[in-house]
Design a binder for this molecule. Structure first.
Ligand code: GLA
Length: 380
């Protein structure tokens, strides 16, 4: 049985009804543009094959029944108990029902049965995959005509207000808007977006995604701290957001705090790198992405200070083993790296990293080759 059949069967076993449909939303890797989204900046993610698969159907009452096949758990939440901060993995689904109702959409009770193969805590947006699958299902079931970018924003409300993680729009936009064989260019202020073709195999290239399996300790606190520091810097500089800093030297001179200067330098240069990456990708020079990935990593390591030992070792080893460029992807403090590699070389590079980890006494990494996939859609 494939995952789609599994969730549909589990749904029927539980509710004694056929589901109304099955939906899928992917996780993502961010090619470049890290911690730029909540600074009104630019990002360039693509969707991966791993994602959340969701069978769903309407109920006759207004409560929400949520089942996870992976956790082997079911929760029934009554409408009046849908409230921010109520916790647990089920919050990623319940939060979407709450966010859509809060926004005034007529969303009735639903049964939701979920399976996901996005590794949790790896920086591949396992939570956005779930949220975006739920939005897609609810839009179809309750016949809501909501634009893709607005769907992403609703999923983000669930993440920010219900789950309580103060993230930007990157993950939900990627999971909703991405298309196969392309990266998404998103302006996180105007919400303008476009698809940037990424024909990797035509250029004899591939992208290795390697999960360092380093747990995200204190990730929420550190993430919120970085965000607060960026907001404070924008305030001191008298701009709406760090995206508006046009003269980096002048901005650095105006700030006295050394740590804050580094944070600002990361955000400003990272935005420039995204724009540069779009330019090289659109002109078909995919190999020229490599030095941008390298520079992004250095900036995250030295200026934004969000990498950890395993992540740095993975990036350095991947490069030494032949990767053209490599960087950490996602929120940081562990999780995954991506490496731009010559076609056919990614697996060997992964093995080199595994050997380096073993030598240092780190736990074994996992890896796969990622090709850009389609965003959230209905499977059945
Ligand atoms: C996490 C957040 C995103 C984004 C990235 C860093 O993935 O969910 O909104 O801020 O970190 O780029």
């Amino acid at each position: 049985m494939n995952t789609m059949e599994q969730v549909a069967t589990a749904f029927t076993d539980l509710t004694q009804q056929p589901c109304a449909g099955v939906w899928f939303a992917p996780g993502r890797v961010n090619l470049i543009g890290e911690h730029t989204d909540y600074n009104d900046g630019f990002v360039m993610p693509f969707a991966i094959a791993q994602g959340a698969t969701l069978a769903a159907g309407p109920r006759t009452d207004d409560s929400v029944q949520i089942t996870s096949i992976d956790m082997d758990e079911t929760h029934v939440i009554e409408a009046r108990d849908l409230s921010p901060g109520s916790g647990g993995w089920q919050a990623y689904l319940a939060g979407v029902v709450w966010a859509m109702r809060e926004a005034g959409h007529r969303v009735g009770g639903v049964d939701l049965t979920l399976a996901s193969n996005v590794p949790i805590g790896a920086g591949l947006s396992s939570s956005a995959a779930i949220e975006c699958a739920v939005v897609a299902a609810l839009c179809d079931i309750f016949e809501l005509d909501i634009e893709p970018i607005e769907r992403a924003k609703l999923a983000r409300v669930a993440e920010n207000a219900y789950v309580g993680a103060p993230t930007g729009l990157l993950d939900q936009a990627a999971s909703t808007l991405c298309e196969a064989d392309a990266a998404l260019f998103l302006d996180c202020r105007t919400f303008d977006s476009r698809q940037v073709p990424l024909p990797l195999s035509r250029h004899a290239l591939e992208i290795l995604v390697l999960d360092t399996n380093t747990p995200h300790s204190h990730v929420d606190g550190e993430y919120a701290e970085r965000r607060a520091s960026c907001d404070r810097a924008a305030e001191l500089l008298g701009v709406q957001a760090l995206r508006d800093v046009t003269d980096l030297d002048e901005a650095l001179e105006a700030l006295s705090d050394e740590v804050m200067k580094r944070r600002v330098r990361h955000v400003v240069t990272e935005n420039e790198r995204v724009l540069h990456a779009i330019e090289v990708a659109e002109s078909g020079n995919l190999e020229e992405l490599a030095p941008l990935l390298d520079a992004s990593h250095t900036s995250m390591r030295d200026d934004f200070e969000i990498t950890v030992e395993t992540v740095d070792l993975a990036v350095e080893t991947a490069r030494a083993a032949g990767a053209l460029g490599a960087r950490m992807t996602g929120g940081g403090f562990g999780g995954c790296i991506i490496a731009l590699c010559r076609a056919g070389s990614a697996d060997g590079i992964g093995q080199h990293v595994a050997a380096a980890f073993e030598q240092k006494g780190f736990g074994a990494p996992d890896w796969f080759v990622a090709t850009p996939q389609q965003g959230a859609h209905r499977l059945a």
